[in-house]
Design a protein around this ligand. Sequence first.
Ligand SMILES: [Mn+2]
Length: 468
Amino acid sequence: MPHSLRTFLEAIDNRMLHIHEPVDPLTQVGYLCSESQGPLMFHNMPGFDDWRLTDILIKDREGQAAAFGLDNANEVCPYLAEQMATKRGKSVMVDDAPVKEVKMLGKDVDLHALPIPQHSHGDGGRYLGSGITITKDPETGIRNEAIIRMMLTDDPQKATFWMAARHNYAHYMKYVEKDEPMPMAFAIGLHPVYEIMSNWSGKHEDFDELEYGAGILGEDIEMIKCDTIDLEVPAHAEVVIEGLVHPRDRAPEGPFGEFTTFGAGAEGPAPVFQITGITHRKDPIFRHMQATWFTDHQPLITLPMEATYYNRLKETHGNTNILDVFVPPWASQFMMIIQMEARWDGQVRDTLMSALSGPNLHVKVVIAVDEDVDIYNAEEVLWAIACRCDPQTMAHIVPNTRLHPLDISIPQVREDYTVMRVGGKLAIDATKPPTWRPEDRQKFSRVRPMGQGDDTVAKLVEQVRVKR
Ligand SMILES: [Mn+2]
């Protein structure tokens, strides 16, 4: 059976919290998703009787391990790095698909009928933040996927959207150049590996992000033609929204509470999506991605980023021993923690510089620690900064570097241009001396309390650890 949102939900049902009380997706879902520590399914949404809504599927390493079929949560980054370096999948066309079971076409299109929430107070409206956005390069015919934000308007057949200046945007610019409408579709509710890989932003000349995800899942992804535009969409999605982007249409978009936890950053006139069709499954499940602090929103982007950097940083000096890379969701994608073992002096600094000038603009603060520091525990990382780092020689600010368009702590280059910010980046070396100086390194070993490693006290240790 092809991997789908439903096969994944079945596999994690033991962790799912099913909520049967009535909940309003427009005004109440945001906070519940924001606070949830695990997967949620809302079964009762007044006004959206046929629908269910799910979120918080891959917020932490445990959820991510489940998506990749791994038992050990700490293997997620190295595993994905290996998969991304070696796997490429493909797509196949099919004639019939679950996503075509119910159709609203032409005049019948009503985007408002979907349980699309408002995420945060202050948002410009209800926002679709979970749609895999599909466009096609008009010259090469290669598709691109990314998850971008789309704002509902008073018109149920019109929405506005914001695109960072990457691949979909390049397609859009080609259509603007030709002065022709761009076909675009949003696919909602796929297996999380497809969602994760849709956020990968590397170079791809003869495949697309969905095919990349298919390779990692070990299958071909089944695609089907749209009903109203010339484009293909995943057959096993829960919902597909089809439409056209006319090259000269503009309308207000934003504010939107983003992964930064700020509403500001990209508001302004934006392109308009004229919706020509919506198709979905019977008994549809709406996959929401709440966009506030530490939800699925952050790891969806940082997962392919962590794996890409894991592979990239290993190439520092030809072969650096990178053990793990973590972009903590609680730091909103702008901090990277690298666990590594340095052999030579200078190797950590070079690795940090590599991280600061990598493919993503997100990385503003980068911290390197050793193998004995748990990079998933902020207290451990802060201990290493406090006790293994001389700020005079081991912390560096690199000025005049390009940073993420939504990082409002960094100045814009031009007042009228929201996608270009230049400022400083911070590198912190919180590692021990390298392994070629073993005596110096030894002094920075952490002491172990008496009894650690003694099997007979192991059970008591579990008891004393419980907070009381
Ligand atoms: Mn791309």
